[in-house]
Design a protein around this ligand. Structure first.
Ligand SMILES: Nc1ncnc2c1ncn2[C@@H]1O[C@H](COP(=O)(O)OP(=O)(O)OP(=O)(O)O)[C@@H](O)[C@H]1O
Ligand SMILES: [Mg+2]
Length: 288
């Protein structure tokens, strides 16, 4: 998806972060919001907009939250060949953190070494670090990445996190934040494919998890009002309207396929529910 709808202010803020980093004034931003509201889409936009940057990307994973430095390892592994350029205490700190050497990792040294490793690359070009699903980061990585994010002001480095709200991570709450609100109704309708008479609509709806009461859909309020949860009478009315709109073709052989595709079939942790995608496709009968 190339075009973001209704996110002018947010993309302006991210573009300003990139521009400042290009000038050697680094910074960090935490994009926050509920599931499905468009955090990853903004990270993707930032990556596409970061012309001339070296981009490094990592993502918190639900099944790695208990593995110290898992996300930091993911982010910095493409730079391991630069480890020998670091001062010995920093190199050792990272080798210990990533299990390449024995010992207890020193959080301060790991943070400082990460900054040193990333700064090594900025001799050639500015650096963009994108950390998606930060609410699932392991604690050791959160600490190291927040340490890094607080110290890039004098480096050509931009760091952007995306996290669900509340993330439960005070380290991220202390960084500059960008809270996403729901899209305006018209933007919401376009985003879900309902404008312009399109026949395919996709609505992401988080499944209720243990930490979520059954009533809330989790969709932005504006999208929620565009897509109220239908009852039996609503569904019968919708079928009738659709049939009329298609000139009775539904009855005369047009097939309606209603599918449900889970984005991720992994088991759910408490309060960390994943969205599912519902897709409705109306296909004309063969030969039309
Ligand atoms: N502004 C937008 N314009 C067009 N499409 C969008 C926009 N924002 C989000 N989308 C689309 O909506 C869907 C959900 O967005 P996205 O995956 O970015 O949500 P998220 O906030 O990262 O969710 P999660 O918390 O589950 O990671 C995606 O298909 C994305 O492409
Ligand atoms: Mg996401």
């Amino acid at each position: 998806m190339d075009t973001l709808i209704g996110r002018h202010d947010e993309t302006s803020r991210l573009a300003a972060l990139l521009d400042a980093a290009r000038q050697g004034q680094g910074g960090a931003l935490v994009v926050k919001g509920e599931p499905g509201i468009g955090k990853s889409a903004l990270l993707d936009w930032t990556e596409r907009s970061a012309t001339g940057f070296l981009t490094m990307r990592a993502s918190g994973a639900e099944f790695e939250t208990e593995l110290p430095f898992a996300a930091l390892h993911q982010l910095s592994s493409p730079l391991f060949d630069r480890l020998p350029a670091l001062p010995t205490p920093h190199r050792t700190a990272l080798e210990v953190a990533f299990g390449l050497d024995a010992g207890d990792p020193d959080p301060f040294l790991v943070g400082a070494a990460t900054l040193g490793l990333l700064a090594e690359t900025t001799r050639e070009r500015p650096l963009l670090c994108l950390v998606d699903d930060a609410h699932w980061l392991d604690n050791a990585s959160v600490r190291a990445l927040a340490f890094l994010a607080r110290r890039v002001a004098a480096e050509p480095i931009a760091v952007v996190f995306a996290a669900r709200e509340p993330s439960g991570l005070p380290e991220l709450d202390a960084l500059p934040g960008l809270s996403l609100a729901g899209l305006a109704p018209r933007a919401g309708q376009r985003r879900t494919g309902r404008a312009g008479g399109g026949r395919t609509g996709t609505v992401r709806r988080p499944r209720p998890g243990p930490g979520r009461r059954g009533g809330g859909s989790g969709l932005p309020r504006t999208l929620r009002s565009a897509h109220p949860r239908p009852g039996p009478a609503d569904r019968a009315n919708a079928r009738r309207r659709r049939s009329q709109a298609l000139g009775g073709r539904l009855r005369s052989g047009c097939r309606a396929v209603v599918g449900r595709r889970d984005r991720d079939a992994r088991p759910q942790a408490a309060g960390r529910d994943r969205p599912a995608t519902r897709q409705v496709v109306v296909r004309p009968p063969p030969g039309r």
